[in-house]
Ligand binder design. Sequence first.
Ligand code: ASP
Length: 322
Amino acid sequence: MKRILVIHTGGTISMQEDKETGEVNTSSRHPLEEISTVLKGRVEIEDDILFYLPSPHIRPDHMLKLGRYVHEKMAERNYDGVVITHGTDTLEETAYFLDLFLQTRKPVVVTGAMRSSNEIGSDGLYNLLSAVRVASCDEAQDKGVLVVMNDEIHTAKNVTKTSTSNVATFQSPQYGPIGITTKTDVFFHHKMTRHESYPIQRIGKRVSLIKAYAGMDGDLIDAVRESSVDGLIIEALGQGNLPPETMEALKKTIQEGIPVVLVSRCYQGTVQDTYGYPGGGRQLRDMGIIFANGVTGPKARIKLMVALEMTTNRTELEHMFS
Ligand code: ASP
């Protein structure tokens, strides 16, 4: 029988709705206690509560603590897989951090819920069951950290929350899920071609994230630089362009040795140095801005935070993002 460790960190999946006020909040009783009964005789579950946090309260230091905890527990007992329950708001950032940090071939699956445990149509127990089934599946090994929600299996790298309330919120735009789950089976149909892992000891660098917009000037970039950040992510326009009024502030930022990483605010496609006009990708690349593909702004931020714990050398950073 497979032995799976389930680590709870909080979020709607472990909350309850007050039937009178409609307010959703943490409850004293863990609503997912039923899981062991449902899977009795099929999978051995060990349940652990690490945090009881709504996911907007999760910080990178919680992510590192969680990653270390997974390593410790795996070393203590030979689990066949790990499932982590998490609030959905920042689930993709934690999942991606774990994907970069963990060094294991065993399945690690993150799941959550859009409806709390006592709400009509609650998806928590169902998602948890699916996640446990994926974590106990041999084929789920060597696939990096996976996110299982609503009968789909996504990679931590590509998945993102796309709807504020729909249970089908987690999608991997451009790439799609790498597998599906049914009531009885787990099917994989894709595999990631590349997986990176960085064994960092701490996570303490300050990295800000700015989204570009029409008519943007350098004020926000100046403000961020003056707040002594260690790095800056910009969600640029289209293929990787910015309004020309941001150039001066960006130049100063780079001259001060602060790495600037560019992703697109479009949710599909790649950033590249196509355009030669002022503020165009070519000028940005020549200025020393690092182009990052395949990750969203929040995930590029997690990656830069991780990368800066290993190096501040621009060429090495560029290599890590290429
Ligand atoms: N706001 C909640 C959280 O992220 C949403 C959820 O868990 O679905 O904690």
